[in-house]
Design a protein around this ligand. Structure first.
Ligand SMILES: Cc1ncc(COP(=O)(O)O)c(C=O)c1O
Length: 392
């Protein structure tokens, strides 16, 4: 039987960008000790207290169909958290609980775009973005950010791409670059969005991983709350990636449609997971800081070491990633990552996995224990130094 063009074309053909990860997993399965610095997942598991609450909730019977836009308690807690962090009035009616931010991003594009509409996103990008947009039948159109401008999207580039588009997907703090969009960048984004009547879909899953400065959501800027759909989740902030607990925030009348979408697709999130999420949020900032602490520490240690070695990195102040510029070696990010894995058993993601703008870079996930991480970084720096000297 023939499948639909939409599902067959979801990944856009070619590599899905995860070749190095697959290779490293094969090597690990074959017994090779690979240092895995690829995917964005903590090297700690979900807190035992959160799991206890999950089990308590399930045992007490919260195993049936759960409230669909989310339980009242969890929606209230998410709304309160967003209001407190952003200063923007946010109520239960502005929140739909989803199975992770990934599902919220899909819902946001369904809400914003009709089939055939152009949906903009910024290159470099989190690997699922173009597929998510294609999945709703919209046309994914990349707007390049540039290494030379610190991967801050420029209003002039957005302005060129915006005519006729319906939405713009942004991600700050950014995966893969670790860059936080400046107030100027955010102002530019919002001005273009208003001028061209675009929805701004803002992916804010890394909002608790900012090492200097503060997080700014486009929803905070004047006149933006009605055109913003914000995706968040507990995956990164609470080490709950496998619990699949996220949310979409937006205008109440839009959230009613998103609730309908949930009814006809996911049918919501299990009640015992929602109760565990409510418990996790009730632990407040203390737990979020505790979960973020290893990445803050490693980010500083790795950035300091690479600066001392003269290895260029993307100037970033956030997230569990650091981007290293290997263009001086004359190799593409892909070729460098292949060699690093093949010769030294260190797996990192090539910048090319995240679009064209970060070609010649590597995304290093700071997700292994500090000593092991710094040993791997030293090996990588040695290789960059040798290859760059040869290429000069
Ligand atoms: C930028 C970005 N958005 C969304 C997600 C998916 O988040 P969730 O686990 O909440 O679906 C990820 C996961 O790595 C991500 O890096």
């Amino acid at each position: 039987m023939r499948v639909s063009k939409r599902i067959a074309g979801l990944t856009g053909g070619g590599s899905d960008g995860w070749d190095i990860l697959r290779k490293s997993r094969e090597m690990i399965a074959a017994g090779i000790d690979v240092v895995e610095l690829t995917i964005g997942e903590h090297d700690r598991r979900t807190e035992p207290e959160i799991l206890d609450e999950m089990a308590r909730s399930a045992r007490s019977g919260h195993t049936g169909y759960a409230a669909l836009p989310g339980t009242d308690g969890l929606r209230d807690a998410i709304a309160a958290r967003v209001a407190e962090r952003t200063g923007v009035a946010t109520a239960r009616e502005n929140v739909v609980v989803t199975p992770g931010a990934q599902s919220a991003l899909f819902a946001a594009h369904v809400a914003a775009c009709d089939p055939g509409d152009v949906a903009l996103f910024i290159d470099p990008f989190y690997a699922t973005y173009p597929g998510t947009i294609r999945g709703v039948g919209a046309v994914a159109k990349a707007v390049r950010a540039h290494a030379e401008t610190g991967f801050q999207p420029q209003a002039i580039d957005l302005e060129k791409a915006a005519p006729g588009a319906r939405s713009l997907l942004i991600n700050s703090p950014n995966n893969p670059t670790g860059v936080v969009y400046s107030e100027d960048t955010m102002q530019g984004i919002c001005e273009v969005a208003k001028a061209h009547d675009l929805w701004v879909i803002s992916d804010e899953v890394y909002d608790t991983q900012i090492w200097s400065g503060a997080h700014l959501s486009p929803r905070q800027l004047p006149g933006m709350a009605d055109r913003c759909l914000v995706a968040g989740s507990l995956s990164k902030s609470h080490a709950m990636t496998g619990s699949r607990l996220g949310w979409l925030i937006g205008p109440a009348e839009v959230m009613e449609h998103v609730e309908n979408l949930s009814t006809h697709t996911t049918y919501g999130v299990p009640g015992f997971i929602q109760d565990a999420g409510l418990f996790a949020l009730a632990q407040g900032q203390r737990l979020e800081d505790q979960i973020a602490a290893p990445f803050r520490r490693r980010h500083k240690a790795v950035a300091t070491y690479l600066a001392a070695r003269g290895v260029p990195v993307v100037p970033s102040v956030a997230s569990m990633y650091l981007m290293v510029d290997v263009r001086s070696t004359g190799l593409s990010g892909e070729a460098f990552a292949e060699r690093l894995l093949g010769e030294h058993y260190i797996a990192v993601m090539p910048g090319e996995s995240f679009g064209t703008a970060a070609a010649g870079h590597l995304r290093v996930a700071l997700t292994v224990e500090d000593t092991r991480l710094l040993d791997a970084i030293q090996t990588m720096a040695d290789m960059i130094e040798t290859l760059s000297a040869n290429a000069a």
